[in-house]
Design a protein around this ligand. Structure first.
Ligand SMILES: [Zn+2]
Length: 163
């Protein structure tokens, strides 16, 4: 996610998928802890860490404060957007010049947008120990996919059969 100079950056609901993919693709291990990371690697790890906080602690006042501190230097443009239903609407769009090559800032900007649209309301983590992927799901859903759910049930059954 690198932006050209002078580009205006807006986020929509569909971006939640991109950020979830980024968080799930984050590589956090001994090797990435000790060497210099690329922009992309760093970006993914930051998103991952934020999502982990939201899943574990919820969207707290502390987290919001922290996000606001990160984005305080982003400059915004107030833009009138075209809408197909005939009702144009206002939107704040960030100026990419103010956050060029800063993954901390750029990830915070993306997350604040998704929080404000409610797109992260049902953010969850897969209940299967060796999956643990982030996903958006209804309150009763515990696994990121059908296959994780059935694998979990198979393991539960095996455990019961052993005991
Ligand atoms: Zn899963």
């Amino acid at each position: 996610m690198l932006y050209r100079k002078g580009q205006l950056i807006g986020w929509g609901d569909s971006d939640v998928k991109d950020l979830i993919d980024a968080a799930n693709a984050a590589v956090i291990n001994e090797e990435t802890k000790t060497r210099k990371l690329t922009y992309d690697e760093y970006f993914k790890i930051i998103i991952h860490d934020w999502f982990e906080i939201f899943v574990n602690e919820g969207i707290t006042e502390k987290a919001i404060k922290h996000l606001n501190q990160r984005i305080q230097h982003v400059r915004f443009h107030h833009v009138l957007k075209y809408s197909e239903n005939g009702l144009p609407y206002w939107r704040y769009i960030a100026d990419s010049n103010s956050m060029m090559s800063d993954p901390e800032l750029q990830s915070a900007y993306g997350i604040t947008h998704l929080l404000s649209t409610g797109a992260l309301k049902n953010l969850k983590r897969c209940g299967l120990d060796d999956c643990r992927k982030f996903f958006i799901g209804r309150s009763n859903v515990r696994w990121c996919s059908k296959s994780c759910g059935s694998l979990f049930r198979v393991r539960q059954k095996r455990k019961r059969d052993r005991d």
